[in-house]
Design a protein around this ligand. Structure first.
Ligand code: HAM
Length: 431
């Protein structure tokens, strides 16, 4: 026991028994994103540390305490991506994709944050990340939210609620930030340690505090939605009207500020009451200032990311994903000659009937043991090849679920005979 290597804390293996739900979620997201005109991109999991510091902000929890940062042997400071937006934007700039163009792109993959692990919060987790770059909105804001609402329907997930807010432009946010600083400075004595630390660097994050003792103070703080610039207020009104027109229910949450610094105007978050304290399943917003901040031409953009582990758990709870597909045919063979014939027969079936799942019994065993494995695999049919059958150029065919007489199939015409047998026996079972 003691010399076994332990997994890294907060990093999970996804085992074969769980993969069907993951693939169901990934397939639904891929199909939907394709249908809305988004294209997949793949970007590295490692980036220069500076990218995240500049994009996410020095005074955020992510940059201050959650990044996996190291110096490589060449002396470069690199960081395992804590989120995907910075890397996607970096890739768009580095590859010259933004010159006058618009991009609708997405990616999926692992992200890394050194947070305290608990149910639904991991140090390696996965996101489906979606970015629409070059669009000022609010049309794209509305469509992106509609896409997420459709995804929940497609996945059969019902217990999710949408919250929206507007953070205004960088300028109006700056003015609001000063107002907020003034307010909290006047109540310095009531601030907890975390909020005191955030007061000068990132006072908006104080609004996010979960500390019960701080809630009354936060509730009385000036509201961001009341200090929006005229254009942002108009943008927000259009967003709300669009969601109303699409009959997508939402709540305006003036305290929704998000944990990353690059947002402006629209922010949104889908939360659930089905997962305990880690309740955000999908969140995002507009980041009109980020691209110029990272050295590109000023370009408006919006995006969101969905936490795959959390959505997988929601889907598991409602049971909409079908289980892993069992084999249609399990090929049983005993003896060297029969095993070779079985491997040939299985390849013929896979060639001619690519829609069928065919397993060959590997690793030997007597007929009894092989039938036991066939049964355990959940296969519908067994194709049995023994020396006696080969001598006659035949194989035995047996239904493993339900009563059905055994058949003899001609090895020289196997795919057609198998297909006919499957059809007849499935029809017999449904009659
Ligand atoms: P975020 O809110 O930091 O936003 O993360 C998005 C989602 O990732 C969360 O709603 C949650 O479902 C999931 N998530 C975050 N941290 C963890 C964790 N430790 N364990 C499990 N799941 C987690 C972003 O990352 C932005 N880049 C989203 C975005 C894209 N904004 C614009 N474009």
């Amino acid at each position: 026991m003691s010399n076994q290597i332990q997994p890294v804390r907060g990093m999970n293996d996804v085992l074969a028994g769980d993969i069907a739900v993951w693939q169901f979620v990934e397939r639904a997201a891929t199909e939907l994103l394709t249908a809305y005109g988004y294209e997949e991109m793949r970007v590295p999991v490692l980036e220069q540390t500076q990218l995240f510091k500049r994009a996410i902000g020095e005074f955020t929890d992510v940059v201050e305490k959650e990044m996996y940062t190291f110096t490589d042997t060449g002396g470069d400071s690199l960081t395992l991506r804590p989120e995907a937006t910075a890397g996607m934007v970096r890739a768009a700039i580095s590859n010259g994709l933004l010159r006058g163009a618009r991009l609708k792109v997405w990616c999926i993959g692992p992200m890394f944050r050194h947070e305290k692990p608990q149910k639904g919060r991991y140090r390696q987790f996965h996101q489906v990340d979606v970015e629409a770059i070059g669009f000022a909105g609010p049309d794209v804001d509305i469509e992106l939210i509609a896409l997420t609402a459709r995804l929940w329907r497609k996945l059969g997930v019902g217990r999710v609620k949408l919250q929206i807010n507007s953070l205004g432009t960088v300028e109006s946010r700056r003015a609001y930030r000063e107002l907020l600083q003034e307010y909290f400075r006047a109540h310095r004595g009531e601030l907890d340690v975390d909020s005191l630390r955030r007061l000068e660097g990132n006072p908006l994050r104080i609004l996010d505090s979960k500390n019960a003792d701080m809630q009354a103070l936060i509730a009385a703080a000036p509201l961001l939605t009341e200090h929006l610039d005229a254009e942002s207020a108009e943008h927000f009104a259009a967003l709300r009207a669009g969601l109303d027109a699409l009959a997508i229910p939402y709540a305006v949450n003036p305290r929704l500020v998000r944990g990353l610094d690059y947002y402006s105007r629209t922010v949104f978050e889908w939360t659930t009451d089905a997962l305990g304290s880690q309740d955000a399943v999908c969140s995002g917003g507009r980041y009109d200032g980020l691209i110029s901040q990272l050295g590109g031409d000023a370009t408006p953009a919006i995006g969101f990311a969905m936490g795959v582990e959390r959505v997988v758990e929601l889907v598991r709870q409602v049971g909409t994903a079908s289980a892993a597909r069992p084999p249609d045919i399990y090929v049983i063979a005993q003896g060297d000659v029969a095993l070779r014939a079985a491997l040939v027969a299985a390849e013929q079936l896979r060639e001619a009937l690519p829609q069928r799942v065919v397993h060959v019994n590997l690793g030997g065993g007597n007929f009894k043991a092989q039938f036991r494995r066939a049964d355990k695999s959940g296969a519908s049919f067994a194709l049995v090849i023994g020396d006696e059958e080969i001598a006659r150029g035949m194989a035995s065919w047996k239904a493993l679920r339900g009563e059905s007489p055994q058949r003899q199939l001609d090895l020289n015409d196997l795919p057609a005979q198998v297909e006919a047998a499957v059809r007849d026996q499935s029809a017999a079972l449904t009659n």
